[in-house]
Design a protein around this ligand. Structure first.
Ligand SMILES: Nc1ncnc2c1ncn2[C@@H]1O[C@H](COP(=O)(O)OP(=O)(O)OP(=O)(O)O)[C@@H](O)[C@H]1O
Ligand SMILES: [Mg+2]
Length: 590
């Protein structure tokens, strides 16, 4: 359970189980005790520095893991109870009382719930006692970092305007040089490659060149495609076709290639291929791009060899200099809308410069650090803590940037952590529709209601906060300035994926397939859904076989079939064999 999800679980516990159990004295007491203990656990896990501190102290790490595990167990117990009650409710023959479950029917579950919650409460008590027993310092307040949920945080106030691409500092010389390479007359086609490490600003520079007015005038036609590691040539062609206002829907790769080729023929055109990881892309795409001295291709890549293999003219991007780094840091730390935009109080200048120095001219590290500081109190002690934390993170590995990103993540308020982690499930370099992202956050229970405020508004604030912190970027805006779509930088995406794995956030435990008459079979890949515990299939009448697929699930605990095809029921009830008996033992049929 992600830490933010404990909050969600607590709500669930409050709303449902207390209602159900309030009739039955003892259980109610145990549930209340559980809630109290979970509140304490939540406070511990919400401490933003806990990840950092865990890295310092293995005892603390073990203790925190135990807390997380017991929280998972508690959630399982509650889920199971809910499931059984729900199941019982649906089995009630009396259609006039569809939502009632009789006391006598509930009683065995209540007893079971009581016993299991008692056990969990005892376990929690022991875990909490271990803290003193083994002298574990959960470390609030901490020596190194800062707390993101309480002290040291600037209170979240009115929304401030979001500043993004307009924030680009420097790069004028770079843009001029790359532009020149593209527009100068040549006797043949030309490829230009911007090369440099991750987070250095290659994409930013390529976009700046792409939007340069002279480039716009010079070329009759321009297109930009994001490539990424697992590119599909059809998708890329589609993206290019869209950029040049063709409607490529429902075309296969060959048709798309022909359309793009036909359109570009005899035109002076520029194609930008951002984030190329293998020369294969170029080999596959170039036959679709008519070759002449009017063709220009701009690629960005971390790997210089790709540029060489494409016979490109290389442009090596350099890290930002001291002055530009400071300028960018000021823009991000004191953004427009803050009390004094772009101005650092004198007493903080030294510390700010030290923090900027740590970023070694890498823009991604600077914008993320600035985003982090923009949320903090502008005091010496608060900044000193950040600098210390940064030094610690940087000492952990050779990839300096990654340390700074990890620090920014661990400092996010707990409610933003889960939301940020979710961004990792989208494919690399993909444009994420903001409304879809927010809907998912709400459905996952990551967004907490705040008084009268609509949960959708809270979700939008979360999105804006992540953007302010430079943890995600704006890809497009609506006419009224609100975010329409966003992107996550691939290094931050990698971070989200690895943190999500640690916090087990995307483990699917419950799957319900409902009213899918066209679904004929369920295909379970070996090893898929390893954490799935409950499978419910309701009204999927096209499905005639299931048993063999169920065997591939690693550890199912309940399978619930309702209103299913007779053939399938017969298969479940009649197929012989020990392994099938196990499935039958956990399957209920209604
Ligand atoms: N000159 C700059 N001024 C302001 N912000 C910048 C600048 N260069 C880069 N950034 C910011 O730094 C981050 C990383 O930049 P960008 O995505 O361009 O890096 P990249 O070199 O393309 O990385 P990758 O190799 O991972 O694709 C972005 O958030 C971008 O907005
Ligand atoms: Mg890039």
């Amino acid at each position: 359970m992600a830490d933010g999800n404990i909050t969600f679980f607590l709500e669930k516990l409050g709303n449902f189980v207390v209602q159900e159990a309030s009739l039955f004295g003892e259980v109610e007491g145990q549930v209340r005790l559980l809630r109290n203990e979970m509140e304490w656990m939540r406070l511990v896990l919400e401490d933003a520095d806990i990840d950092t501190k865990c890295n310092h102290d293995r005892r603390l790490k073990l203790w925190v893991n135990q807390i997380r595990d017991v929280a998972y167990d508690a959630e399982d117990v509650i889920d199971e109870f809910m499931f059984k009650i729900e199941h019982q409710r649906q089995r009630r023959p009396n259609r006039f009382l569809p939502t009632c479950v009789r006391f006598a029917d509930k009683l065995p579950f209540i007893h079971e719930l009581d016993g299991r919650i008692r056990e969990i409460n005892i376990t929690i008590e022991k875990i909490l006692a271990n803290k003193d027993r083994y002298n574990i310092e959960s470390g609030i307040p901490s020596e190194a970092g800062s707390s993101s949920s309480t002290e040291g945080v600037v209170q979240r106030g009115k929304r401030v305007p979001i500043v993004e691409e307009a924030d680009v500092v420097g790069m004028t010389g770079d843009a001029e040089a790359v532009k020149q390479m593209l527009v100068e007359e040549e006797s043949e086609s030309r490829v230009v490659a911007i090369v440099g490490m991750g987070g250095l600003g290659k994409t930013t520079l390529a976009k700046k060149v792409y939007n340069h007015s002279e480039v716009n005038h010079h070329f009759e036609c321009r297109a930009l495609g994001y490539v990424s590691q697992d590119y599909r040539i059809r998708e890329l062609l589609k993206e290019i076709a869209h950029s040049i206002n063709l409607s490529p829907d429902n075309m296969d790769e060959k048709q798309l290639g022909e359309v793009v080729n036909g359109y570009l023929k005899d035109k002076r055109y520029l194609i930008v291929l951002d984030d190329v990881w293998s020369i294969q892309v170029w080999h596959e795409l170039s036959p679709h791009l008519p070759e002449s001295n009017k063709r220009r291709v701009l690629i960005t890549t971390r790997n210089q060899q790709i540029g060489l293999d494409a016979y490109a003219k290389l442009y090596e991007l350099r890290p930002l200099g001291e002055k530009e780094s400071w300028e960018l840091f000021l823009k991000k730390t004191f953004p427009i809308g803050s009390t004094s935009p772009g101005v650092c109080p004198e007493e903080l200048e030294d510390l700010g410069k030290k923090i900027t120095e740590k970023c070694k001219g890498l823009p991604l590290a600077i914008v993320v650090s600035g985003g982090l500081l923009s949320r903090k109190e502008k005091t010496k002690s608060s900044w000193e803590k950040i600098l210390k934390s940064m030094e610690w993170h940087l000492s952990q590995g050779p990839e300096s940037c990654l340390g700074i990103l990890a620090l920014s993540y661990s400092d996010l308020p707990y409610f933003l952590k889960s939301c940020f982690l979710y961004c990792g499930v989208f494919p690399e370099d993909c444009q994420i529709k903001a409304s879809k992202l927010m809907q998912i956050w709400i459905a996952e229970g990551f967004v907490q209601g705040r008084g009268e405020e609509m949960v959708e508004d809270v979700a939008e604030e979360y999105l804006e906060e992540l953007i302010h912190g430079s943890m995600i970027q704006v890809a497009g805006r609506k006419w009224d300035g609100r975010v329409k779509s966003c992107r996550i930088h691939d290094l931050l995406r990698d971070l989200a994926i690895s943190k999500a794995r640690d916090s087990k956030i995307f483990e699917l435990e419950f799957l319900r397939l409902k009213e899918l008459p066209a679904l004929e079979e369920l295909k379970v890949e070996d090893g898929a859904m390893p954490t799935l515990k409950t499978l419910q299939i309701v009204h999927c009448n096209g499905m005639k076989t299931l048993l063999h697929e169920l065997l591939k699930l690693k550890n199912p605990q309940r399978v619930n079939l309702e209103s299913m095809n007779g053939e399938l029921i017969q298969e479940i009830e009649t197929t012989e064999g020990e392994e099938f008996d196990k499935i039958r033992g956990i399957t209920s049929i209604n």
